[in-house]
Ligand binder design. Structure first.
Ligand code: 5GP
Length: 204
């Protein structure tokens, strides 16, 4: 069986990462979502252990010290990190592990995990992006401005990614990501012994 891999999805606040990931996971059963830890307070409707592990700064720092994160970063005004153990176990099982993380985290992963796939999700326009953040209605005016100005800075990093996907419509973005997954599954380096796979199916 082919090993699984890390699939990193980044994109500015309002690019629709959450919506696209959810739609993708509803469609496929070979993707598991890596629940991040954060020191941010939960938004209305967010569930601990499902959307994030909501931690105190002390708990977060102790996980950093114990080397329990695959990557971690200070994003906007809070700490975020990817717990390592879950990700490594799922990859061994052959799953695709979806990491919805910012560019700083993605760059850390890129350095340490060569086999990860990096996708950058873009809004159709920056005007649309701002409208989406405002419409979401979960942030203060100050937070909206921070997220919007950070969005411009994040766009500078798109060149570090393998693929870009424009989220004009969720279905289109999901189709594009599925095409990427299809090709990644066919990568020779992701299979141990292709000759054996073929000969075991009756070839000579
Ligand atoms: P939000 O507060 O809107 O849920 O997320 C803010 C930003 O933090 C988003 O860009 C999101 O992708 C990023 N983020 C979420 N989890 C992680 C993580 O584990 N590591 C890093 N580096 N960024 C994360």
């Amino acid at each position: 069986m082919a090993k699984g891999f890390l699939m990193v999805l980044s994109g500015p606040s309002g690019s629709g990462k959450g919506t696209v990931s959810k739609a993708l996971m509803e469609k496929r059963d070979d993707i598991v979502f890596s629940v991040s830890a954060t020191t941010r307070k939960p938004r209305v409707g967010e569930i601990d252990g499902e959307n994030y592990f909501f931690l105190s700064e002390e708990k977060f720092q102790s996980m950093v010290e114990n080397n329990e994160f695959l990557e971690h970063a200070f994003v906007h005004t809070n700490y975020y990190g990817t717990p390592k153990k879950f990700v490594m176990e799922e990859i061994e099982k052959g799953e695709i592990v979806l990491l919805e993380i910012d560019v700083q985290g993605a760059l850390q992963i890129k350095k340490n995990y060569k086999e990860a796939v990096f996708i950058f999700l873009l809004p159709p326009t920056m005007d649309e992006l701002r409208e989406r953040i405002v419409k979401r209605g979960t942030e203060t005016e100050e937070d909206i401005n921070t997220r919007f100005s950070n969005a411009f800075k994040e766009l500078d990093f798109v060149g570090e990614y393998d693929f870009f996907v424009v989220n004009d419509k969720v279905e289109n973005a999901v189709d594009d990501i599925e095409a990427i997954i299809h090709s990644e599954r066919l990568r020779v380096k992701r299979h141990k012994d292709i000759k054996k796979q073929v000969t075991m199916q009756g070839g000579k």
